[in-house]
Design a protein around this ligand. Structure first.
Ligand code: HEC
Ligand code: HEC
Length: 244
C-alpha cells in the first residue's frame, strides 16, 4: 500500500504536468508542425497578412469555427477536433500574451536602420532588382506595412504582367514523354499547364508518376523567409521606404 501511494505520488504530479503542458505546448507543437511554415513562429506571420496576432478572427476567438470550416486561404490543413481545440487555445493564449506585454512587433514597422538595409540589399537583392530600375520610387508608392509584405511575399502577377511571376513546369511521364509549359493550377491530385500553343493540358498526379519539376521565379523570396532575422526585415523595409 505504501509503495502504491508512493507510486501515485510520483504519477499524479506527472499527469497534472502533462495536462498543463497539454494546453500550452500541444497547441504550440501542432502549430509549429502544420502552420508555422506560413504563419511564422509564434504565429506572428511571415508577412503582415499571415500574422495571426493581427487577425480579427483569432482575436475574437473564432479560430475554432474558422478552422472547422476549412482553411480560408491555403489548401485545407487536415486537423482533428482535438487539434483544432489545442491550436485555438494556444492562439488565444498568444493573443493574450501579446496584449499583456502591451507591444506589438509589427506596429512600428520603420524601426530598422536604412544604412544596414542598403548594405543587405546590395549583397542579397541587387542581383535581381535595381533601386533605379524596377524598384525605383517603391517607398513612395506604398505605406510601410504594405511595402514590407510586398517584399516579404511578392504577389503573383496577373494579366499583362503575369509572365513576370509565372511558374513554369515540366511533366515527364513514365514512358519518357515530356510536356512543358506555364503552370496554371496544381493540387494534390491534378496539374494543369498551358503549353507553348496556348493549349490547356491536365495531368492526374500519382505517387511517383508523372515526374513534375516546377520552376517558380518567386522561390528565392520563399527561401529568404526562412533565413531572414527580424532586424534584417526591419532594416530592409526602412531602406526601401527611403526610395521616394
Ligand atoms: C500554405 C500556407 C499556409 C498554411 C500551411 C497555413 N496557413 Fe493559415 N493562412 C495562410 C494565408 C495566406 C492566409 C490569409 C491571410 C490573409 O490574406 O488574410 C491564412 C489565414 C489564416 C487564418 C484566418 C485569418 C483571418 O483573419 O481571417 C487563420 C485562422 C489561419 N490561417 C490559421 C492557420 C492554422 C491554424 C494553420 C495550421 C493548422 C494554418 N493557418 C496553416 C496561409 C497558410
Ligand atoms: C533571385 C532573384 C531575386 C532575389 C535575390 C530577390 N528578388 Fe525580389 N523579386 C524577384 C522576382 C522574380 C519578383 C517578382 C517580379 C515582379 O513582380 O515584378 C520579385 C518581387 C519583389 C518585390 C515586389 C515588386 C512589386 O512591385 O510587386 C519586391 C519589393 C522585392 N522583390 C524586393 C526584394 C528584396 C528587398 C530582396 C532582397 C532582400 C529581393 N527582392 C530578392 C526576384 C528576386
Amino acid at each position: 500500500m505504501k509503495r502504491f501511494l508512493l507510486v501515485m505520488a510520483l504519477v499524479i504530479p506527472a499527469l497534472a504536468r502533462q495536462d498543463e503542458r497539454g494546453l500550452d505546448e500541444r497547441g504550440a507543437e501542432i502549430f509549429a508542425a502544420k502552420c508555422a511554415g506560413c504563419h511564422g513562429g509564434g504565429a506572428r506571420g511571415l508577412t503582415v497578412e499571415t500574422d495571426l496576432m493581427r487577425s480579427t478572427a483569432v482575436r475574437t476567438d473564432q479560430t475554432g469555427p474558422v478552422l472547422r470550416a476549412g482553411h480560408p486561404k491555403a489548401n485545407p490543413v487536415p486537423l482533428s477536433e482535438p487539434e483544432q481545440a489545442d491550436i485555438a487555445a494556444w492562439l488565444h493564449a498568444r493573443v493574450q500574451a501579446v496584449a499583456d506585454r502591451g507591444k506589438y512587433p509589427f506596429l512600428n514597422i520603420l524601426t530598422g536602420d536604412p544604412k544596414k538595409g542598403q548594405a543587405f540589399f546590395a549583397a542579397t537583392c541587387a542581383r535581381c532588382h535595381s533601386v533605379t530600375g524596377d524598384l525605383a520610387g517603391i517607398g513612395a508608392k506604398y505605406d510601410p506595412s504594405v511595402l514590407q509584405s510586398l517584399w516579404l511575399s511578392p504577389r503573383r502577377r496577373r494579366g499583362a504582367e503575369a509572365v513576370k511571376t509565372a511558374r513554369t513546369v515540366t511533366v515527364t511521364s513514365r514512358d519518357g514523354r515530356v510536356v512543358a509549359g506555364t503552370l496554371e493550377r496544381i493540387d494534390e491530385f491534378n496539374l494543369v499547364l498551358r503549353d507553348q500553343d496556348g493549349k490547356y493540358r491536365s495531368f492526374a498526379l500519382h505517387d511517383e508518376e508523372p515526374k513534375v519539376e516546377i520552376h517558380d521565379p518567386l522561390q528565392p523570396h520563399y527561401d529568404l523567409y526562412r533565413v531572414l532575422r527580424d532586424t534584417q526585415i526591419h532594416d530592409v523595409t526602412a531602406y526601401l521606404a527611403t526610395l521616394q
